[in-house]
Design a protein around this ligand. Structure first.
Ligand code: NDP
Length: 792
């Protein structure tokens, strides 16, 4: 096209990026990409390779090593022997390496960008201006955390060897999100990229080599799901960090259940993009382009569900369609295109299938009229309107450039539709009324909310989901917790600390007649549905009472009562603190009675019982104190935006209190959870269950709203199983056997409950370091990051 022609029609010409350097880099490697293990390039042990193609033209880019269990074992061996000395380098020592990585990534940024685009099909504009700069930013940011670790995270230790499995949509960026915090905290890494996109991970390994990163600190195993599985199952790996599909995330949750491996899962999404009638519609249209046509819609947090207020729907959809018609789909290396190629033919097939399902279910299809290149994996920007909120395309992730649209009438309805999803990764809220936007944002169950913006990311801001979008955060200080353990966690004992009652045939008849406590559900004492009871013995084995034998229906009622107590979650932290103080006050009045009961059930001397009681009161005070102090944060990413990192209660938490922990164990576990606004269903210890039933009399007089604490006595294993399978519970804290811990983690996979289990270890409930610490608070909340741009 001549300049004159361009001047007349104002069309973009092409602006192709030169790919020669990247192609030469591949050629220098004989178009063969291999593992990087223990500081050396390694061919695959089984000598098998698969082909990696450029999705723009389906040309072969390279042969990629197909990793096996042997390769993974070698990498784990190398990482294990490197880990201690890597941590021993100290924060400053590691910071220097991370800084060097950041510098080298900047230096080679064009090569990284072009290679990423060749391999993945994403527009060069995006890999050059978004992916790679963010990668460098992550290494800079985490060089800082390495430097500050000792000061900011005292008493923390690395986990050891970390296995990281990443997807193909942001290959190098996902590598950076995982590798930078892991190395900063003193761990060593085995990383497996997705089989479609290994190239930039290999270039990164080359950079590690060039800066002289100690061998074994970063190990790269290429391959497919088999290599991923070998990493997940390796016994010497302390943690798995995974980004990918919810289906594989669930497999990983199940495979690691009971192994003690820490896991973080960043899974799929179906994020709502909510447009209120007072929004600046021209900005919103550009927002939609960024939300769903960025990276061909292959973005876990893509704003793929458009919710438009009914009053402006027609006007907005008309504007959007006009904008769609201007979008250019073309060669990913062309700087003037809007959308490039989808990663692979298999993904293209999925997109086609999903759109057909949408149309079959009644949606109206609109696609931009742009020309698509003939040979590659291209799909046009697509809009499905008249979509029912319950239809397949509104519920399932499509992972392509397909937007599904529906309408709402009121803010309340917008929130309901937005939350009508098994996912909870992100949402965008568009309104010129900041009060409305900030009212809606906290009500949406998602880890990231963008107000009048979308798809913004930064190393200082945590990213991660609620519900089946997974758990754990990447970025910011909260992301570091995924890669450390606290020193006290290594001191937990394998031995139970107290005597349990010897069962004798004796029955103390007086007390049996006097004491027939009930379950405590929804603020009321209720009989167990089963109509059965279990005996309770004193320390001498004499039966002194019976407690209800709770069952599935009691659990169901308790969860329903907890759901209704949502006012507790929404009330102010100050109000919650007052109730906790009041509980402590009313409990203190009954000190003698509780101390006698502790002695009777555990055989403790009066003095020891009083010590336990006093410590329980102190714990209640501690969490009353934390109610209004466990604040969020404001992050300042490098843009004109502030990010409010808000701590939100999980919702319903099931707590299986420690059997050996007695009254103190019960108080120590339930108080932090309710302090931060959760509603709980607690299974007390069997031996000391009478203390729990005594305790609800205190709750009845302490202004605690009905349904905040629900107490179900009975067989702990049976109740644990029922609770673990319940779909309406967001968190599960378990202190019990190793088998029980495994069961809780395994069953949690169905709905991705946040679990916290003891793996059969025993806490010392008298030791504040173990039994009253930040982990109790951290496990009570999710962190939601709300991005608020500023500037006129
Ligand atoms: P997967 O979840 O299958 O892949 C993610 C990573 O896990 C890849 O490295 C993959 O290897 C690896 N992997 C696959 N199976 C296992 C296993 N059993 N154990 C351990 N690791 C495993 O996603 P896909 O690439 O297959 O994409 C399928 C769908 O997942 C997409 O259509 C999209 O809906 C969703 N997705 C979501 C992403 C997100 O960011 N949330 C990212 C990518 C996909 P390999 O590449 O060799 O299969």
């Amino acid at each position: 096209m001549s300049i004159k022609e361009i001047f007349n029609n104002m069309d973009y010409g092409t602006a192709p990026e030169n790919a020669n350097e990247a192609k030469q880099w591949l050629k220098n490697k004989n178009n063969s990409l291999t593992h990087y293990i223990n500081g050396a390039w390694q061919t695959p042990s089984e000598n098998t390779y698969f082909t990696s193609k450029n999705p723009v033209n389906k040309e072969t880019l390279a042969q990629v090593a197909d990793g096996s269990t042997v390769d993974v074992n070698n990498a784990v061996k190398a990482a294990t022997s490197a880990q201690k000395s890597w941590f021993a380098l100290g924060g400053h020592g590691r910071a220097k390496y991370l800084y060097a990585l950041a510098r080298q990534i900047q230096k080679h940024s064009r090569l990284f960008s072009v290679l990423e685009t060749l391999d993945n099909g994403k527009p060069i504009r995006e890999s050059r201006d978004i992916d790679i700069p963010l990668v460098a930013r992550h290494f800079y940011h985490h060089a800082g955390w390495a430097q500050l670790m000792a000061k900011e995270l005292p008493n923390s230790e690395p986990l050891g060897v970390v296995g990281q499995i990443i997807p193909w949509n942001f290959p190098l960026l996902m590598l950076a999100w995982k590798v930078a915090p892991a190395l900063a905290m003193g761990n060593t890494v085995i990383l497996k990229p997705a089989e479609f996109t290994s190239a930039t991970a290999v270039l990164f390994a080359q950079v590690c080599d060039e800066i002289g990163l100690p061998k074994g600190v970063f190990n790269l195993v290429l391959g497919d799901g088999k290599a991923g599985q070998a990493i997940v199952e390796h016994k010497d790996i302390a943690k798995i960090a995974f980004t990918g599909s919810t289906a594989v995330g669930k497999l990983i949750r199940k495979a690691t259940a009971g192994t003690g491996k820490k896991i973080s899962l960043e899974l799929g999404g179906k994020s709502a993009f909510i447009v209120f009638e007072d929004a600046d519609l021209d900005s919103v249209v550009e927002g939609v382009v960024d939300a769903i046509w960025f990276n061909q819609g292959q973005v876990c947090c893509a704003g793929s569900r458009l919710l438009v207020q009914e009053s402006i729907n027609d006007k907005f959809i008309t504007k959007l369609k006009a904008r769609m018609n201007k979008l250019i789909v073309g060669d990913s290396l062309d700087k003037s295109i809007d959308m490039g190629a989808v990663v692979d033919q298999s993904q293209l097939d999925i997109i086609n299938k999903m759109v057909k399902i949408g149309v079959d279910e009644g949606a109206s299809l609109y696609q931009c009229g742009c020309d698509l290149p003939k040979d590659g994996c291209f799909y046009p920007p697509t809009l499905l309107t008249d979509v029912e909120p319950a239809s397949t395309v509104a519920q399932q992730e499509i992972f392509g450039p397909v937007l599904v649209a529906t309408t709402f009438r009121t803010p309340k309805e917008a929130v309901q539709i937005a939350n009508n999803s098994r996912y909870g990764l992100a949402a965008s809220v568009w309104s010129e009324n900041i009060n409305l936007a900030l009212d809606v944002a906290p009500q949406i169950k998602a880890g990231v909310i963008w107000i009048n913006c979308t798809n913004m990311f930064d190393a200082s801001v945590g990213f991660g989901g609620y519900r089946e979008s997974g758990f754990g955060r990447e970025g910011g200080k909260e992301g570091l917790f995924e890669y450390i353990k606290e020193s006290w966690q290594t001191k937990l004992s394998d031995k139970a600390p107290i005597k349990t009652a010897k069962v004798s045939a004796k029955v103390n008849n007086e007390q049996v007649i006097d004491r027939t406590p009930k379950l405590y559900i929804g603020g009321k004492q209720v009989r167990p549905d089963s109509g059965y009871s279990l005996p309770v013995y004193d320390i001498n084995g004499v039966q002194i009472a019976e407690v209800p034998d709770g069952s599935r229906k009691d659990i169901r009622n308790a969860v329903e009562a907890a759901n209704k107590a949502v006012g507790w979650t929404n009330t102010s932290a100050h109000n919650r603190a007052q109730v906790l103080y009041f509980i402590a006050e009313n409990l203190t009045v009954r000190q003698n009675e509780f101390c006698q009961r502790i002695s009777q059930l555990t055989g403790k001397s009066d003095k020891d019982a009083l010590t336990e009681f006093d410590l329980a009161i102190s714990r209640i005070f501690t969490y009353a104190a934390w109610c209004d102090k466990y604040d969020g944060q404001i992050h300042q990413p490098p843009a004109r935006v502030v990010t409010l990192a808000m701590k939100e209660a999980l919702g319903n938490i099931a707590i299986v209190a420690p059997e050996e922990g007695g009254f103190l164990g019960l108080i120590s576990t339930i108080m932090p959870a309710i302090a931060l606004g959760n509603r709980i269903i607690v299974i007390p210890s069997e031996q000391t269950s009478l203390l729990a039933t005594d305790f609800y009399q205190v709750l009845n007089t302490s202004d605690l709203p009905a349904g905040v604490i629900n107490i179900i006595t009975g067989d702990r294993d049976v109740l644990t199983d029922t609770l673990a399978k319940h779909y309406d519970i967001e968190g599960f804290w378990y202190w019990g056997s190793a088998a029980g811990s495994k069961l809780v983690e395994f069953e949690a996979a169905a709905t991705m409950k946040r679990t916290w289990v003891n793996n059969g270890k025993y806490y010392d409930w008298f030791d504040d370091e173990q039994a009253q610490n930040e982990l109790f608070l951290r496990n009570s909340v999710e962190i939601k990051n709300i991005w608020v741009p500023y500037g006129a």
